[in-house]
Design a protein around this ligand. Structure first.
Ligand code: AMP
Length: 474
């Protein structure tokens, strides 16, 4: 199989953009999908964000659209020829940014439309004419109804993150949008899993598709160093400080299981001198994006978050992930640690395991098919001033408290962080995780060595109203 971009015979304008991105070899999904799309085949791809799938569909689409490239200022000469649908505004924005980079040296135009933003600037852009339109379904329908978007010349449609679109309940919107498109077209569908719903969707809208499966979703990145430390509840913060200090790490994601635990831990860590922000379901979208932005700018050291708040956010280059609480669902472990060690960077994933977590750790062990060895934390003598039980900790008291810990837990079993996470209001998370039906081994990750993360949520995302459901596009 071809793995070098140079063997693809991409047009010089596209090859130049790829070279500028620093990509050397194709990722597995690219190696398999690009030649198929170039041949005009429909593709059903099992691949998650982080596998390079955006380039896997964008590059061949752009290559095939080059025949329509023109410099005319007339909107009629720039009808929508490729439509890319995604479930969330963040993903739409990220994909649109990548498409722009790949199309940089062509005369093909691209635009993105998603909800939560004024329609006017989007309308102006659409009216000027764009060949590639990236959109979330609800907002696209608004533009179709307002006659800002005409889709009767679409040749390619990409249903990206199709499983999430179905989870969110976008099926009726998708069906409506697809009814506006010409029957004669190429359809590409990407999904993390091939559930029966996805297969039904593919059966209705794809013609004789090539099926490509590159990685199973419970595979943990080979570049992540994973540690499980046996730590009493009261020593977890202490251990967190120590590991950060010993590793010389400045930034990390810290996962907890409850909103309340999240807010409390963030407050404690802030008091202990770490710049910390909390990311949980009670925070408005505006607050979440601000916290993320501050983390990306390095103004925040630790982002303490719940699974619900963090799951849809595509942040790839976090140096370390701490599981302050072992997640209740083993799949969440995979999602959590997937934020580090991606796109070529090596990552660290540390889980703090207390006495009550044995079953949860066994579930993770089963899922990732790797034996987990619990390690002990050797606490250093000179600890920072970390308050526990209202006192400054010193070495002696620490041991005494650790010995007492089981008795305290017996008396107060209903600790906040021991309770199951409250039900999410984000519809995406209301559905249980669906394991992929295939158990094929994960694809080799050799390409990761040269990957360069570029995705950032752009200044485009300025929500106009506060919504609890961050990942809904409308
Ligand atoms: P995606 O799965 O499309 O979100 O891509 C994940 C990341 O991998 C993005 O930051 C891309 O820029 C990067 N990437 C995509 N293709 C390649 C490649 N062939 N080599 C290195 N990095 C890549």
């Amino acid at each position: 199989m071809t793995t070098s971009f140079s063997e693809l015979s991409l047009a010089p304008s596209l090859a130049k953009a790829v070279a500028e991105m620093g990509y050397e070899s194709m990722t597995p999904i690219q190696a398999q999908a690009i030649p198929m799309v170039l041949q005009g085949r429909d593709v059903m791809g099992a691949a998650q964000t982080g596998t390079g799938k955006t380039a896997a569909f964008s590059l061949p689409l752009l290559q095939r659209l080059l025949k329509h490239e023109n410099t005319s200022t007339s909107p009629a000469r720039h009808p929508v020829r490729a439509l890319v649908l995604l479930p969330t505004r963040e993903l739409a924005d990220q994909v649109a940014q990548q498409v722009k980079l790949y199309a940089k040296y062509t005369n093909l135009r691209s635009a993105v439309v998603f909800g939560g933003m004024d329609m006017k600037p989007q309308t102006i852009e659409l009216k000027k004419g764009v060949e590639v339109l990236v959109a979330t379904p609800g907002r696209l329908l608004d533009h179709i109804e307002a006659k800002n978007a005409v889709l009767n010349q679409v040749e390619y449609v990409v249903l990206d993150e199709a499983d999430r679109m179905l989870d969110i309940g976008f099926l009726p919107d998708l069906q409506r949008i697809l009814s506006f498109l010409p029957k004669q077209r190429t359809t590409l569908l990407f999904s993390a899993t091939f559930s029966s719903e996805i297969k039904r969707l593919a059966g209705s809208y794809l013609q004789d598709p090539v099926t490509i499966e590159v990685a199973r979703s419970n595979a943990t990145a080979s570049t992540v160093e994973q540690h499980f430390y046996s730590v009493g509840e009261d020593d977890k913060r202490h251990a967190l400080h120590q590991i950060l200090r010993q590793r010389g790490m400045k930034q990390a994601f810290v996962f907890v299981n409850s909103k309340l635990g999240c807010a409390r831990l963030a407050r404690s860590l802030e008091r202990e001198g770490l710049k910390t922000a909390a990311l949980h379901g009670d925070k408005s979208q505006d607050e979440r994006l601000k916290a993320l932005d501050a983390f990306k700018k390095g103004e925040v050291d630790l982002l303490v978050c719940t699974d619900v708040a963090a799951r849809g956010l595509d942040i790839k280059d976090v140096p370390a992930v701490f599981n302050f609480d072992v997640p209740f669902n083993a799949e969440d472990y995979v999602h959590r640690i997937g934020r580090t060690g991606r796109a070529g960077a090596s990552g660290l994933a540390v889980s703090f395991v207390s006495g009550k977590d044995a079953r949860l750790v066994a579930d993770i062990e089963k899922l990732i098919k790797t034996k987990i060895d619990l390690e002990a934390v050797e606490f250093e003598e000179d600890q920072p001033n970390i308050r526990r039980q209202g006192r400054i900790n010193d070495g002696r008291r620490m041991y005494a408290e650790r010995d007492e810990a089981p008795r305290r837990e017996e008396r107060a079993p209903q600790r906040d962080y021991a309770r199951p996470a409250p039900v999410s209001r984000d519809p995406f998370f209301d559905k249980p995780y669906e394991a992929p039906e295939s158990t094929e081994a994960a694809a080799p990750a050799t390409w990761e060595a040269t990957a360069r993360p570029t995705n950032r949520v752009s200044a485009n995302i300025k929500p106009k109203r506060k919504v609890a459901a961050l990942f809904k596009s409308e």
